[in-house]
Design a protein around this ligand. Structure first.
Ligand SMILES: Cc1ncc(COP(=O)(O)O)c(C=O)c1O
Length: 499
């Protein structure tokens, strides 16, 4: 549950309601009465994560004024929302948004399926590609040659092997952010890095402001760590951050931590512009919030001529407000389990000290392999292969979706590994459930929402191409037909999420 949200003011709610796209009424359908349209609008804002759960709504009179409707209309809309479980009210205290009990929310992360468990299932659950060979083999061979001097030590490097720390520091310096090896810690994947940072700064009960939607497994990691999550809706159409909202949350909730993905956000693929990056750092510095910037996807820019903004840490090179997380998982191969943190030396020292009672360190051989790649130029060639593959997969997926499911909406991102798809009013949870039965595994939208938002979405990764992409989408279309007609014999959860 989100445990802090600010009130949504009347003007703000009116603006959000007015920004909703009007859904075309079907032939012969009558316009719903005003109170119903208002209730549906609020419900959609909650389900799409644009108004968080547990947000206090304006008093009836204020909203009536802001929307230029009668107070009776607002009262009837609130009454309908209460009856449907989307609003809770206490006499004299006000009304708060809610999601109905029994909403089919998978409050879990994404568990990778072992390849041998897949059978004929097409797995679109995981946004990760196979190793770009021959680079994995070459890197491991290169690492073996470097190994003997390390083999003569005890092998514990809680901050990482010095050679890799040095190489990573030089890469930041080459990107225009002067960095010393003391500012780098090598971790076991980006997840290891985020886990360590959350434990250092965000003890149980600490607030963490997060983009909404956000990567499901980071969301789950933070839940497990006992954080109080404050979701911050992305801008309209998932085009970057809503800076007014971020400023408000940082000022009023003063969270200890914030977590963002500025480069090819997972799941939406958004690339946040440089102005917003600077503004977020300024606002976080004023609020005393440490921002975790996850750059896991940053090298996966897929289109020619794309202008790349400077990294967020360029606006806090000292690394005391911005703690950057990197990873070899998406740019190279997730099986490496190599990630890293860039931060101020004192932050790194604290993270390293805490590691003695966490995982102690990251395997030396894999660190040497990544270092071999980065220092021989193999990395650039491997990443180039990776980009070509992701681009081809993206284009195949997009073409198949447009052909088979023309009512599903999405923006084609310029990078990253995921497409965030609005499923034409069908329940994403239902699609996931039925999809698995017809041979395609997809994660439903609510996995990426803090509180049951995004029921009308699924996330599709760029992991298959050609005939497999066509078959995956054909199976999704079959699942959609079953959900639409109610012929799937599933549970009695609602199959559509909007009236
Ligand atoms: C934004 C983001 N962060 C972190 C991860 C996990 O990274 P790693 O494999 O390095 O732990 C992923 C994987 O999908 C991701 O998309």
């Amino acid at each position: 549950m989100a445990q802090w949200t600010s009130a949504v003011g009347a003007a703000q709610l009116a603006r959000l309601l007015n920004s909703q796209q009007e859904r075309p009424a079907g032939p012969g359908t009558r316009r719903p009465p005003a109170y119903r349209a208002l209730a549906d609008g609020v419900r959609l804002l909650v389900l799409e994560g644009r108004v968080p759960v547990a947000a206090r709504l304006p008093a009836e009179r204020e909203l009536a004024l802001a929307l230029s409707v009668s107070r009776t209309t607002v009262a009837a809309a609130y009454e309908a929302l209460r009856a449907e479980g989307f609003l809770e009210s206490r006499r004299g205290a006000g009304s708060w948004t809610a999601v109905p009990a029994g909403n089919p929310l998978p409050a879990r992360g994404l568990e990778p399926l072992p390849p041998e468990a897949l059978g004929s299932l097409i797995d679109l659950g995981c946004a990760a590609l196979p190793a770009p060979e021959p680079w994995l083999t070459r890197a491991v061979q290169g690492a073996l040659e470097e190994l003997p001097p390390y083999a003569r030590t005890h092998g514990d490097y809680p901050a990482g092997v010095p050679a890799l720390r040095q190489t990573l520091a030089e890469r930041y310096t080459a990107r225009g952010i002067p960095t010393m090896p003391e500012q780098i810690m090598v971790t076991t994947g980006a997840m290891g890095a985020i886990d360590a940072i959350c434990h250092l700064f965000g003890g149980r009960g600490e607030r963490i402001a997060v983009e909404s939607p956000l990567y499901a497994n980071v969301l789950q990691l933070m839940r497990e760590a006992g954080a109080r999550l404050v979701p911050v809706a992305m801008a309209e159409g998932f085009a970057g951050w809503d800076m007014d909202r971020w400023r408000q949350v940082l000022r009023e909730a003063a969270p200890r931590l914030a977590y963002v993905v500025a480069d090819f956000h997972n799941p939406t693929g958004a690339l946040v512009g440089e102005d917003q990056r600077r503004q977020l750092v300024d606002a976080a510095r004023s609020a005393g919030t440490v921002v975790i910037v996850d750059e896991t996807m940053s090298e996966l820019h897929l289109d020619e001529g794309l202008e790349l903004p400077r990294p967020v840490c360029a606006f806090d090179p000292a690394g005391s407000t911005v703690v950057t997380v990197g990873s070899a998982s998406k740019a190279f191969w997730a099986g490496m389990r190599i990630g890293w943190v860039r931060a101020a030396p004192e932050v790194i020292r604290s993270l390293v000290a805490a590691r003695a009672y966490a995982d102690l360190g990251t395997p030396v051989l894999e660190q040497l392999a990544v270092n071999w790649l980065l220092s021989t130029g193999g990395w650039e060639q491997a990443v180039e292969m990776r980009r070509d593959q992701a681009r081809e997969n993206r284009d195949a997926l997009v073409a198949a979706l447009r052909r088979e499911l023309p009512g599903w909406e999405f923006d084609v991102p310029n990078g990253g590994l995921t497409l965030w798809v609005r499923t034409g009013g069908l329940s994403g949870s239902r699609l996931a459930e039925v999809g698995e039965r017809v041979g395609v595994r997809v994660p439903s939208g609510p996995r990426f929402g803090v509180d049951g938002a995004f029921e009308g979405y699924v996330r599709l990764p760029f992991t298959v191409s050609g005939a497999v992409a066509d078959e995956a989408v054909a199976r999704l279309a079959a699942a959609a037909r079953l959900v639409e007609t109610g012929a799937h014999g599933g549970t009695d959860t609602p199959r559509t999420f909007v009236a």
